[in-house]
Write a protein that binds this ligand. Structure first.
Ligand code: ADP
Ligand code: ZN
Length: 761
């Protein structure tokens, strides 16, 4: 071969050389900061033993070969198609993720259109990545050449004694620990290291012991009622089958679901396996945790207030198999349990299981994937299952477990409605508490009961509604409430951009006082204080509950009876168990009903049902009053009758007609920028690219928008959205991936893609 040519291909072997080239170890690396995509590197001989998939590595990147940290996601011996740069250094002595967890992160990346490295950064807590709560130190061990022949060495007595102490210790010690154990200074240790009889190695040791809380008093098994027993048997059958299965436990509030979870977990840990229990962050109350801690020896609780060091400590204990039950919010689904036996996801309909920043995963979907990968059952529990899960139960993909009764024959509370339309004709109706609700509050307080008032303000309620007939102005194409834009006096559909001038009279009954609604918890608190001046009242919403621990303090005050009326947003609707609450009042059930969101009815049904479940838990019983402009609305009617099945039966056909989830999939693209015009143009461009890449796709696939997002302007940025909808999620994902790869927005415009979005604002 001519010399000349050989030099031309200096760093790349000539193509004809490749055939004879031997296989080599190739590491595939992804970078959290740096270019997207996967990059191959050569693994130099000395690193071969330490490097495993799931370790971080330092590698040269780009023309300048700057050293960048990435994750090694794959390791294989193969012939490379070109000469590869070598890895510089292996950062982690052990893999951060098991092969199964690594595959799960790849699945999440594909599923949610997010770079793999970004998923890895979300899955491995920062405290683990940076070794929080540990420090690097040198540990000493006896050199192999000296092992077993300490007596043959001719050493000064002090040095010989150091070696003997280390040999009896049976493990590596730091120089400090060794000097202390041998009762000497560092001098003999240094001498032994110089002679090569002691070997030093860097290692990470923990600063503190993350000890578990002392177990509270043991609580014994409750005897299950027949419904609970049936549910438990079905779960145990799934556990023993050794196959993956998702079971949907539909049990009314107070039907004893948690007790079933606990007994199922007891069976699983009996076989030396672990369980993960996912609950909404807000349900991680001392009350809930005490129930688990009283039944299991080793519980790890993963909540958002942990320090990095605490999180790291838990992670290590879980990975070593020392924890039986991991209880935590969304991200606990990534707990590195070595032999997982069961996953429970309680309140599965809760939207907090979806992460609202990248990776925008839904913990329920990840749990399904993880349970499948580990061949174990997953139990989803709810009084008001998501329509997605309900649909799967109907088609047989999930197994349905029903617990339609409360434990101990406790009745479900009576729910009544108060029609707000009747009040609007009276000139004297002021404020937001109607006369019948006022009277009921008074009665409850007189009887020594407590009251919960719910106002689901969710910041945003600008639908246009007639106070006389209750009619809500909706988009003729999307059946979504139009949003009132006060500045231009327009009414807009935030799905498809349909637009009309804001009506001055009701299109239905011609009442001239049509208006947009809006009322906050703060105003409600003032009204309650004015109406009941002698009563202690407490407001709970994100504004008053900022400080750490304030949530718990408020609940304690209510539980102990120091507060008679608790009012607040949906924060108070969930999971609380107060036997003395005899009245729940819903100030305006319609606030969630007319949000520009296809799940508005479902949310309203959930909310009213959940808050109703807060009463009637004690011997005094309880009832619920729901104020509404739409008492005949199917969601409210079904909630009044505690009839989930009827609600789902009415709602699903509506979803099916428009191909909304669970019948179709959706990807929401949101663009934001400081110039309205440029952002809008970029959105149009992206919509065009998506439409193009959807060429010849199944019928029912459509691109909606761009339209202004319901929050059309946030923190000074204009926001536009595009919705890609259709029956086949893979088709949508593929189209969006192609489109976004080709999309080159101006510097100032940012975009996100949300697969199966829950947040439509
Ligand atoms: P859910 O999770 O469905 O709301 P829980 O499991 O919290 O219901 O049960 C509600 C209450 O009933 C709890 O106080 C629990 O201790 C009690 N309970 C559950 N199962 C039984 C049972 N089989 N016998 C007696 N009490 C029970
Ligand atoms: Zn529309």
């Amino acid at each position: 071969m001519p010399e000349q040519q050989k030099r031309l291909f200096d760093d790349e072997p000539a193509p004809w050389e490749l055939d004879d080239q031997a296989e080599q170890w190739v590491a595939t690396v992804v970078f959290p900061t740096g270019p997207p995509g996967e990059f191959d590197y050569a693994v130099p001989e000395p690193l071969r033993a330490t490097l495993k998939a799931g370790c971080r590595v330092k590698t040269p990147l780009g023309r300048g070969n700057r050293s960048v940290t990435g994750y090694c996601v794959r390791l294989a011996s193969r012939v490379a198609s070109r000469q590869l740069k070598p890895i510089h250094q292996v950062v982690d002595p052990q893999s951060l993720l098991s092969p199964a967890m690594l595959r799960l992160t790849e699945w999440i990346a594909q599923q949610y259109l997010c770079p793999w490295a970004q998923v890895l950064e979300a899955v491995v807590p920062a405290g683990v990545r940076y070794g929080a709560g540990t420090r690097q130190t040198t540990v000493l061990s006896i050199a192999p050449k000296a092992q077993g022949r300490l007596d043959e060495l001719d050493l000064p007595p002090k040095q010989a004694s150091v070696l003997r102490v280390l040999a009896t210790a049976g493990k590596s010690l730091t120089p400090g620990q060794l000097a202390k154990a041998a009762g000497c200074t560092q001098a003999p240790i240094t001498a032994l290291r110089r002679k090569g009889l002691l070997l030093g190695q860097t290692d990470r040791v923990s600063n503190e012991r993350t000890d578990t809380e002392p177990p509270p008093d043991r609580e014994s098994h409750l005897t299950l009622n027949p419904d609970q027993k049936k549910a438990l048997d079905a779960i145990l059958a799934a556990v023993n089958s050794g196959k993956s299965r998702t079971l949907l436990m539909h049990g009314v509030t107070g039907s004893g679901k948690t007790e079933v979870y606990i007994q199922a977990i007891q069976e699983v840990i009996h076989f030396g396996r672990q369980a993960i229990v996912l609950v909404p962050e807000i349900s991680l109350t001392p009350q809930t945790l005490a129930r688990f801690r009283s039944r299991f020896d080793r519980v790890a609780v993963l909540h958002s207030h942990l320090t990095d060091a605490e999180r790291h400590g838990h992670w290590q204990r879980i990975a070593r198999g020392e924890v039986q039950v991991v209880v935590g919010a969304r991200s606990a689904i990534f707990a590195p349990t070595p032999h997982l036996g069961l996953i429970v996801l309680d309140e599965e309909h809760e939207s907090t299981f979806k992460q609202e920043s990248a990776p925008r995963y839904h913990a329920r979907e990840v749990a399904i994937a993880r349970a499948e990968a580990e061949n174990i059952p997953l139990v989803l529990g709810s009084a008001t299952p998501s329509l997605e899960s309900w649909r799967h139960a109907q088609t047989g993909r999930f197994t349905l477990l029903s617990m339609p009764r409360r434990v101990l024959e406790r009745p479900l509370p009576d729910v009544g409605t108060i029609d707000l339309r009747e009040r609007s004709h009276s000139r004297h109706s002021r404020g937001s508490i109607s006369r019948p609700l006022h009277a009921a509050i008074r009665q409850s307080l007189t009887d020594g009961g407590q009251v919960i008032l719910l106002l689901n303000r969710r910041g945003f309620s600008t639908h246009i509604q007639c106070p006389a007939c209750g009619h809500v102005v909706v988009c003729p194409d999307c059946e979504i409430a139009l949003t009132h834009h006060r500045t231009e006096e327009k009414a807009l559909c935030h799905y498809c951009d349909y637009e009309i001038p804001a009506p001055t009279e009701c299109p239905e009954c011609q009442f001239a006082g049509i208006r947009y609604s809006g009322l906050g918890t703060q105003r409600l608190e003032a009204e309650v204080r004015a109406r009941f001046p002698d009563v202690t009242c407490l407001r709970m919403d994100t504004d008053t509950m900022r400080a750490r621990g304030s949530h718990q303090r408020a609940l304690d005050a209510f539980r102990e009876g120091r507060v008679q009326i608790l009012l607040g947003t949906q924060m108070i609707a969930k999971g609380l168990d107060f036997p003395n609450v005899t009245l729940v009042g819903v100030i305006n059930a319609d606030t969630a009903l007319h949000l520009p969101d296809f799940r508005a009815s479902e949310r309203t049904f959930h909310l009213v049902t959940q808050v109703a479940g807060r009463t009637g838990r004690g011997v005094k019983g309880g009832h619920v009053l729901v104020q509404t402009y739409s008492p005949e609305h199917p969601a409210i009617q079904a909630a009044v009758r505690h009839d989930y099945t009827a609600f789902a039966a009415g709602e699903l056909p509506l979803r099916e007609v428009l191909c909304y989830p669970p019948f179709g999939s959706m990807i929401r693209l949101v663009l934001r920028g400081s110039s309205e015009q440029i952002t809008s143009e970029s959105a149009a461009e992206l919509a065009r690219l998506v439409t193009e890449s959807l060429d010849s796709t199944p019928p029912g696939t459509r691109v909606l928008g761009p339209a202004p997002a319901p929050f059309a302007k946030l923190r000074g940025k204009y926001r536009f959205q595009i919705q890609v909808q259709g029956p086949d999620r893979d088709v949508l994902r593929h189209a969006v991936r192609i489109a976004t790869e080709a999309f080159r927005p101006p510097e100032d415009v940012q975009w996100i893609a949300d697969v199966d979005p829950l947040d439509m604002m």
